[in-house]
Each structure stands twice: as C-alpha cells, then as structure tokens.
Design a protein around this ligand. Structure first.
Ligand SMILES: Nc1ncnc2c1ncn2[C@@H]1O[C@H](COP(=O)(O)OP(=O)(O)OP(=O)(O)O)[C@@H](O)[C@H]1O
Ligand SMILES: [Mg+2]
Length: 171
C-alpha cells in the first residue's frame, strides 16, 4: 500500500487484491463508509473486477436488494433497511452517446443526494460531479487472480472517504 497524502497532490492509495473475494472485501470496507452524495468512479478493462468490487460495496453498505450485474439494465438501484438512502449502480459501457445518459436521467442521479457507483465512468466524464473518488482496476503481471486497485480522491468529500477507508484497512 502506498499513500501520498501531501496537501500538494490528490490523495491516492494503491492496493494489491489477491483474488475476487479480496476485491469484494475492499469494496465492502468502502461501502460501509459511504455517505450520501459520494460518487465512486470505476475504470479499467473488461474483466478487471469493477463489478466484483461494486458487489462488495453494496454488501458493505448493507443493501437488501439482489445484486445483479447492471450491464444489461445500465442502472441498478439498491435499497437498505435502515434508512431511505439509495445506492445507484450505473454501467456506462453501453452508453454510446452522452445524450443517452441524459435520457436515462443520470444527471438527476448525480444531482441527488444518494451514493453512486459508476462502472466505465470515463465514458461519461463530462457528466460526473467534480468531487468523486476514482478507482482504477489493473491486471497484475503473472497472476491471473491479482488486480491492482488505485484510489484517487478528487475533492474534499472523496478525500475524507478515502482516509476513512485507509484507516479501516490499516487496522
Ligand atoms: N483479484 C480479483 N479481483 C476481481 N476479480 C477477479 C480477481 N481475480 C480474478 N477475478 C475474476 O475476474 C472477473 C472480474 O469480473 P468483473 O465482472 O468484476 O469485471 P468488470 O471490470 O466489471 O468487467 P466489465 O467491464 O466487463 O463489466 C471475474 O471473473 C473474477 O472472478
Ligand atoms: Mg462490470
């Protein structure tokens, strides 16, 4: 793990995941700390582990909604028992044009005060709120079960979320 938390640069953290369950645990640690308005932007190639991570986030957030890959529905809305907060899971892979995103009401989702996970967030970059946590998934060399997850906070809200995650995982 590395942490370059100087005031001069965006805080960022890199974790090595040793397998899909590990990626889900990292997601769950983050999901347990999600606040209203938090935006998680997941980027990385096909099969890099974005949905696995999102599954963990939903579990850690204590979603009571069945977790399915949103690849075919584009937007999946999670609920939980304890409050009226929602966790939206968007997959932007199939969004060919930004106008499609507007049609799906993505701008309204971002303008709302719920939490949002966006797979392939780079495809709708112009629509994303300025304060967001980028999470980049990369394949590791020589180990099919390993992935490198790099978290980069853009903005104060995301920096707070990232430091809560760092504390949780360093304990
Ligand atoms: N360390 C790991 N973390 C996550 N997934 C892993 C890991 N090691 C192996 N895998 C496998 O890689 C695949 C990841 O699939 P997943 O659907 O999460 O990827 P994705 O990034 O969402 O892809 P897509 O862009 O197609 O939506 C799964 O088959 C999973 O079992
Ligand atoms: Mg996916």
């Amino acid at each position: 793990m590395c942490y370059n938390g100087s005031a001069m640069s965006e805080p960022s953290l890199t974790y090595l995941s040793r397998g899909v369950a590990h990626t889900e645990r990292l997601g769950a640690a983050l999901g347990a700390r999600l606040q209203r308005g938090d935006i998680l932007c997941l980027i990385g190639d096909l099969g890099a582990g974005k949905t696995a991570f999102a599954r963990g986030v939903a579990a850690g957030w204590r979603s009571t909604t069945a977790v399915t890959s949103p690849t075919f529905v584009l937007i999946h809305e999670h609920q939980r028992a304890e409050d009226a907060m929602r966790l939206h899971h968007i997959d932007a892979y199939r969004l060919a044009r930004l106008e499609d995103a507007a049609m799906l009401g993505l701008e309204d989702i971002f303008a709302g005060d719920n939490a949002v996970i966006v797979e392939w967030a780079d495809r709708i970059a112009p629509l994303l709120p300025s304060d967001r946590l980028w999470i980049e998934f990369a394949f590791a060399q020589d180990d099919e079960q390993a992935r490198l997850l790099t978290f980069s906070a853009h903005g104060e809200r995301s920096a707070n979320l990232l430091s809560a995650l760092r504390e949780a995982l360093s304990g």
